[in-house]
Design a protein around this ligand. Structure first.
Ligand SMILES: [Zn+2]
Length: 470
C-alpha cells in the first residue's frame, strides 16, 4: 500500500460542505443516543444496553453501506464469572479493488451518572448550552459513534455509494465496565474484525482548537507485598528500641521508592520523551486539585512525567486502624504498590526491577513476601504505516491547526488486546473529547464545533484511504 497523494482543496471543501449539511441531523442522533442510559455495571438495568445496541445497529443499517450488521455477545473472561458480556454491534463492508479495510471502534455504554445534585442539566436529557451538548455519554463515547456514522455518510456523499474502501464498525457495550468479554469477543469474531487500520475514537484532543492523536498510553504493574519482622505481635514498651516492627520497616521500604525530589528510584525502568506541549503548572494544579504550597514531584517536563516516565503510588496499606491501635508492634503489614510504566516498557521486566529494588532496600533483615500481581501493557503507536500521516493531514485540514501527539498517563487496557490479536494493523487512537468534556464526571459535555471538526477529519481519512490501492 502506498502513501496517498495529499488531500486536495476540492476534497476538503466537498467534505466540509457535506458534514455541515449533515451536522444538524447528526446532533439529533447524538441526542437520541444520550437518552438511552445503557450502563454495563451490575447494579443497572441491562435492558438499556439491549436498546442502545439496537439503536446503533439501526443507525448503521440506515447508512446502507454494510454487507451485514449484527448484534453479538461473547462470554466474559473467567474471573468475571459465567455469563455473556454486553451486546456489541459489528457491521462490515468488505474492501474492493485492493482498497484497505478500516475498523472504526467506539462504545455505546456509558458511565453511571454519578451525583445527581452536581448535574446542572438532567443526566440523560441532551441539552445544548453555549455550543456544548451536555448529558452522560454526549462525549464518551456516543460522540465517537456519531462521528463514525457521519464520516461514513460523508464518504458516501462524496465518493458515491459504490466506494472501494472496506469499513468495519465495532461498537462495544461494556467499555466503562472494564470490557470483561472483549478478549473473547475479539477471538470469536477475529475474521470479521480483521483490518489494515483500527481507529479507536475514545480519547480526546489537546484543546477544542488543537487536534491530537493519542500515541502513547502508560501500562500498569501492581504488586501486593508483605513485610514481616515478628512471629507474633508484642508489647511496644517491652521490646521497642530493640526489635523492629513491620510497619516501620514497611514505611522505610516504601519511602525508598522515590528519591528526595520525587523521582522514581527503581533503577533501570524505561522512560522516553513526550511531545513539548503548552501544558502549564497552573493547568496541572487546577485539574488535580493540588493544595496550595504542595509541590510537584519528579523532574522533566510535565508531559514527560505524566506520559512517558514511570510513576509509583502506594495505593493501600493493611496495618492497624488508629481507632483500634494499642501499644503493640505489628508483626506483619501488607501494602499495594501501583506502578505506571512508560510506553516501550515490558510489564514483566518492570516487575522484576521493582522486586530487585525492594529486596535491595529491605531494612533490618525483614522478611518480604509477594502476593497479587496485575499487569497491563503500555501502548506506543507504531511508526511506518500510511494511516498516521494521512490522519495528521486530515486533522490539520479539518481544524486549521497542526495535529499534536498526545499521551495518556493511564491505560486503555483493551488497546493491548487489539495490538496482540491484530499485530499487523495500524492502530490509531483519536477522539472528540476536549479538556472540558468531563468524561466520567457530572456535567459531561461535548464541544459541538470540535465534534464537527472531528467528523470532517474522519471523513477526510476515509476519503483519502478510499483512493489507496494495494
Ligand atoms: Zn470511553
Amino acid at each position: 500500500m502506498t502513501a496517498s497523494n495529499s488531500l486536495s482543496a476540492a476534497q476538503v471543501s466537498q467534505v466540509t460542505d457535506a458534514v455541515t449539511a449533515a451536522f444538524p441531523s447528526a446532533i439529533g442522533t447524538l441526542g437520541d443516543l444520550v437518552r438511552i442510559p445503557g450502563i454495563a455495571w451490575d447494579a443497572f438495568d441491562p435492558e438499556n444496553l439491549e436498546r442502545s445496541a439496537a439503536k446503533v445497529a439501526e443507525l448503521l443499517r440506515e447508512t446502507g453501506v454494510f454487507d451485514f450488521i449484527e448484534i453479538r455477545k461473547a462470554p466474559v473472561a473467567a474471573e468475571y464469572g459465567d455469563k455473556l458480556g454486553a451486546p456489541a454491534v459489528v457491521a462490515r463492508r468488505a474492501a474492493k479493488n485492493g482498497a484497505p479495510q478500516i475498523l472504526l471502534y467506539a462504545h455505546h455504554d456509558v458511565q453511571p451518572p454519578g451525583d445527581a445534585t452536581i448535574w446542572k442539566t438532567p443526566e440523560f436529557q441532551p441539552t445544548i448550552i453555549d455550543g456544548r451538548m451536555y448529558g452522560r455519554g454526549a462525549a464518551d463515547d456516543k460522540a465517537g459513534i456519531v462521528a463514525h456514522l457521519t464520516a461514513i455518510e460523508t464518504l458516501k456523499a462524496v465518493a458515491g455509494a459504490d466506494f472501494d474502501l472496506g469499513i468495519t464498525c465495532f461498537i462495544e457495550g461494556e467499555e466503562e465496565a472494564g470490557s470483561p468479554s472483549f478478549r473473547n469477543f475479539l477471538e470469536a469474531n477475529a475474521e470479521d474484525l480483521k483490518s489494515d487500520v483500527i481507529i479507536v475514537a475514545d480519547s480526546g484532543n489537546f484543546t477544542t482548537e488543537i487536534p491530537g492523536i493519542t500515541t502513547t498510553l502508560r501500562g500498569l504493574v501492581s504488586q501486593v507485598i508483605e513485610v514481616r519482622t515478628l512471629d507474633h505481635a508484642v508489647h511496644s514498651g517491652m521490646f521497642g528500641g530493640v526489635v523492629p516492627d513491620a510497619m516501620t520497616a514497611m514505611i522505610r521500604l516504601l519511602a525508598s521508592l522515590h528519591d528526595a525530589r520525587g523521582n522514581v528510584a527503581v533503577a533501570g525502568l524505561h522512560s522516553s520523551k513526550a511531545a513539548e506541549l503548552p501544558l502549564t503548572d497552573a493547568m496541572m494544579r487546577a485539574d488535580s486539585g493540588l493544595l496550595d504550597g504542595v509541590q510537584f514531584i519528579g523532574e522533566g517536563s510535565l508531559t514527560d512525567r505524566n506520559w512517558t516516565k514511570p510513576a509509583i503510588t502506594v495505593i493501600g496499606i493493611d496495618g492497624q486502624t488508629v481507632a483500634l491501635s494499642s501499644n503493640t508492634m505489628l508483626p506483619s503489614v501488607k501494602a499495594k504498590i501501583s506502578m505506571r510504566i512508560a510506553p516501550g516498557e515490558q510489564p514483566e521486566r518492570a516487575l522484576q526491577l521493582l522486586r530487585d529494588h525492594l529486596e535491595a532496600n529491605l531494612p533490618w533483615g525483614a522478611k518480604l513476601d509477594y502476593h497479587d500481581v496485575e499487569k497491563g501493557k503500555p501502548y506506543l503507536v507504531t511508526d511506518g504505516g500510511w494511516a498516521k500521516p494521512l490522519l495528521e493531514e486530515a486533522l490539520g485540514k479539518a481544524y486549521g491547526h497542526e495535529s499534536v501527539d498526545l499521551g495518556i498517563g493511564g491505560s486503555i487496557p483493551f488497546i493491548a488486546d487489539l495490538v496482540e490479536l491484530f499485530p499487523a494493523a495500524q492502530i490509531l487512537v483519536t477522539g472528540v473529547e476536549d479538556p472540558d468534556s468531563r468524561a466520567h464526571s457530572p456535567n459531561e459535555s461535548v464541544h459541538l464545533g470540535g465534534l464537527k471538526n472531528a467528523m470532517v477529519a474522519e471523513a477526510l481519512l476515509l476519503l483519502g484511504s478510499n483512493s489507496l490501492k494495494n
